[in-house]
Design a binder for this molecule. Structure first.
Ligand code: NAP
Length: 287
């Protein structure tokens, strides 16, 4: 990479930001497309997020991604928030407009859907209820994505029921029923389900395992785990043994980066096996 006077700039703000795979992801695409661009890690402490975002147009940045802990706070700073991100309650991508204004988007829902449709092309949103485990930030994006895709019934299972209730109320829309369930009901919630998604942090390296009895889940139902460290979680291994189509979380991470890249750097990009291998290598190197 060579920086010139016309290099297009973008980056990711987080605190800390060193764990982020986004510089490797966008760096891969910049190399692949040969675009004169740079994507930088930007360590920004929580108390400086507003100043840092307002500095983007001043410094000539075309936008940025946001990671922990800025995804909710930034929503209150930007000038416009796309309706999907407003419903989810968080933004992860900012586009600087020609007038220097900031537009906030959430691309996690897009990433989730693209990954699911790419891995299980036959998945039909109208086939039946979806079970979503979790009610945190990622679960909100997953539920919004499923509702927008046309899933008519979404069963949300979460430890903290008040959080699930807030999700159901914020994301409710006509023709979509969102029900909430405690973990005691996780077995019955799987009955007749046409999709199961883990959107909790259970099963992630360093977190408690997710050991789920899948015996009530119809055998052809796809099982998605959005956790990507490790890539093959206990849940996916159990689902694979039972013959379910399985979808790991890495593809969601990669696809969610596409809209930002395309807006900042002006070229379409794809998620390829080479890209997956490159990002997997960075995950393995830091484990
Ligand atoms: P979050 O907002 O902190 O939510 C965590 C969720 O996990 C909550 O529903 C929480 O339940 C549940 N949970 C945590 N520990 C639990 C436990 N011991 N028992 C039962 N439930 C527990 O986190 P997030 O941002 O939604 O992220 C969730 C996971 O998704 C993370 O592993 C993250 O890496 C992954 N993720 C992946 C992608 C991707 O692109 N593949 C994108 C975003 C996130 P309570 O509400 O009861 O606390």
């Amino acid at each position: 990479m060579r920086i010139t006077g016309t290099t297009r700039l973008a980056g990711i703000m987080g605190w800390p930001v060193t764990h982020s795979r986004s510089p490797a992801l966008h760096g891969f695409w910049l190399d692949e497309t040969g675009i004169d661009g740079a994507y930088l890690p930007l360590p920004v402490a929580p108390q400086h997020i507003e100043q840092a975002l307002r500095a983007l147009p001043i410094l000539g940045f075309r936008g940025c991604n946001l990671t922990i802990p800025h995804k909710q706070a930034a929503l209150l700073v930007v000038d416009r928030v796309e309706p999907l991100a407003q419903r989810i309650g968080a933004i992860n991508t900012i586009i600087v407009g020609p007038d220097g204004s900031l537009e906030g988007r959430n691309t996690d829902a897009f990433g989730f859907c693209e990954n699911l449709r790419e891995t299980v092309p036959g998945w039909n949103p109208a086939a039946g209820p979806a079970v979503v485990l979790g009610a945190g930030g990622a679960a909100r994006a997953v539920v919004a994505a499923l509702a927008d895709a046309g899933v008519a019934e979404i069963r949300v299972v979460n430890r903290t029921l008040a959080r699930a209730a807030a999700l159901a109320s914020d994301l409710s829309m006509p023709k979509v029923v969102i029900t909430i369930h405690s973990w005691d009901e996780v077995g019955t919630a799987q009955q007749r389900a046409a999709l199961l998604v883990n959107a909790t942090s259970l099963g992630m390296a360093g977190e408690p395992a997710l050991m789920l009895d899948l015996s009530l889940l119809p055998p052809s139902t796809p099982v998605v785990d959005i956790v990507y460290v490790p890539l093959e979680t206990d849940l996916l291994a159990a689902a694979r043994r039972r013959g379910h189509p399985v979808v790991d979380g890495l593809g969601m991470l990669l696809h969610q980066g596409r809209p930002g890249f395309e807006a900042w750097f002006g070229a379409p990009v794809r998620v390829t096996t080479e890209l997956r291998a490159a990002i997997l290598a960075t995950l393995a190197a830091t484990r």
